[in-house]
Design a binder for this molecule. Sequence first.
Ligand SMILES: [Zn+2]
Length: 324
Amino acid sequence: MPGRRTIGVDMGGSKLLAGAVDAELSVHHRAQRALAGLDQAALLNVAVDAVEEARAFAGGEVVAVGFGIPCLMDHRTGRAVIAINLPLADIVFGEVMAERLGLPVFVDNDANVAALAEHRAGAAVGCSEVVMLTIGTGIGGGLILRGELYRGAIGSGAELGHTVIDMNGPPCQGNCPNHGCVEAMASGTALAREAVRIAREQPDSGLHRALAEGNVLAGPLVTELAYDGDAAAIEVLELIGTRLGVAISSFVNIFNPQVVVIGGGVMAAGDLLLEPARATVAARALPPSRDEVRIVTAEFGVEAGMIGAAALAFDGLGKGAASR
Ligand SMILES: [Zn+2]
């Protein structure tokens, strides 16, 4: 007999991924939609359409919908307070979607739900204390503490990307008023900026040639050049990995996690980023936490947010919480 399903929806800056997911977090149908350039009304229509598609092919009764959205949430009201890449601010997103879909709807920050997915079925299974970073255009943060997703007093905590690693560093991105946040210094955006700087400093490098040929020095190309052995590209990844390691050292000291899980598009670089991060943590964090922590790549890749959003919906139903 087919079991119950929830629909997990991950809304990124440019695309939406919806999946019909069972209680064991296996995915039964995936629906993808482009989001770039949509206004709020069109965005909501696209989200409803993707959920309805996933529902139609779910292969079981759909009982709730979970959304992971790139927003700072206020859980007192269900309102998305700051949304950097999508026109979602100033609506009570969960209530609006619950009415449109006729199902209970649960909403959380995208990095929080990614942490939930890794904790339930990915790289952090069996761990009570987990730090999750998702590195893309920015750096998202999620925390599992004492086995539960930690959200802070009103739901806007765990913004680990806005941990300062250089008080006099560059201005942060989006709506953050701070300087030298790890997001400003080790995100995919920062990686691209440092790649251009190092390419210009090293005219004999493959990185310099790639820049001179008019290529965009973003994560994928830098990673490819580094795997080919280009010293300048390797230097870029070492710099970004070291900066991540400085931030992770603080997280290790504060939370004493069993595991730090790193996801997001930049993680195609794998150990080229993680080895300098691990070395920095070994050199800078306090014993004994630093000697116990594992620093690993996320297992779910681009589906972490979708699967975590589905898990959020199962959790929400189980707790009997109000839909929003
Ligand atoms: Zn910041």
